[in-house]
Write a protein that binds this ligand. Structure first.
Ligand SMILES: Nc1ncnc2c1ncn2[C@@H]1O[C@H](COP(=O)(O)O)[C@@H](OP(=O)(O)O)[C@H]1O
Ligand SMILES: [Mg+2]
Length: 248
């Protein structure tokens, strides 16, 4: 049993198109139980992704930030979806939000897409490697590499955990530059070699990281907890990830 990454790309782009229609108009916001924002765009993208996946892969369970396709159980493979990661950035209209679909097999994200509709960037990964879509529609293979220049390039959240990040930056003894980026796009910057490291000393949920971890790993990078253990995924696992370090 496997999943075609190009199917996931088509579905992520359909969701991105629906998100952009809402992005270009007036955005109504409600609050979730945990007080994080929820928009019609999150729900529309969720609906499109889940119906697209169900049509092509009716037997595979879907766990999304916004929904689940049935009763939760310990599935050995499933889809893990964040239909709109970076809702705060979406509301700030800075373009740094993503559509994330990962296929998880035995706890590991094996096939994934991260689509950035406002910036028209698309990243995909499967057993053949990680790729970034080019302007002409072809796919460039991503190979883990250090950033250009002699300073360590660090990416971190725009909207969460600034204080913890400041503390960590203060411990560094090498020259560095810090770039604030919203959503799972931070992982893509590492996979591209634009950034060297994305440390996360704050909460994220499984669906925030799975697809982008796959892009980074298939490009040759790593995403591990603070003890060096690779991040893993599971329907019955706690929804929160441990703090982690992503690097190229
Ligand atoms: N207190 C918290 N608990 C759980 N997840 C949190 C959180 N604070 C931030 N996040 C997660 O961090 C994501 C945004 O990360 P970043 O700040 O790097 O852009 C959010 O994704 P959503 O926007 O999909 O809700 C959310 O899931
Ligand atoms: Mg998210």
């Amino acid at each position: 049993m496997t999943v075609s990454v190009d199917d996931l790309v088509v579905i992520a782009k359909q969701a991105g198109e629906a998100i952009m229609k809402i992005y270009d108009g007036e955005i109504a916001v409600s609050q979730k139980e945990d007080e994080s924002p929820l928009t019609l765009a999150d729900l529309e993208a969720d609906r499109i992704i889940c119906s697209g996946l169900k049509k092509l892969y009716p037997e595979i369970f879907i766990l999304s930030e916004e929904s689940a396709s049935g009763e939760l159980a310990d599935y050995d493979n499933f889809f893990l979806v964040d239909p709109l990661d970076g809702t705060k950035e979406f509301l700030k209209r800075n373009g740094e939000f993503t559509v994330n679909i990962a296929w998880i097999k035995n706890g590991v994200a094996e096939v994934a897409v991260v689509y950035v509709p406002a910036l028209e960037e698309c990243y995909k990964a499967d057993a053949s490697g990680a790729f970034e879509e080019q302007d002409d529609g072809t796919w460039k293979k991503l190979e883990s590499k250090k950033s250009a220049g002699d300073k360590l390039q660090i990416v971190g959240s725009r909207s969460h955990g600034a204080e913890e990040m400041e503390k960590w930056l203060a411990t560094l003894t090498v020259p560095y530059e810090f770039l604030a980026v919203g959503s799972s796009l931070k992982f893509c910057r590492v996979a591209q070699g634009v950034a060297d490291v994305y440390p996360r000393f704050g909460p994220t949920c499984q669906w925030d990281t799975a697809a982008a971890q796959c892009i980074v790993e298939k490009a040759g990078g790593t995403v591990t907890d603070l003890n060096g253990v690779r991040l893993h995924y599971g329907v019955l696992r706690e929804k929160l990830n441990p703090y982690f370090i992503c690097k190229n």
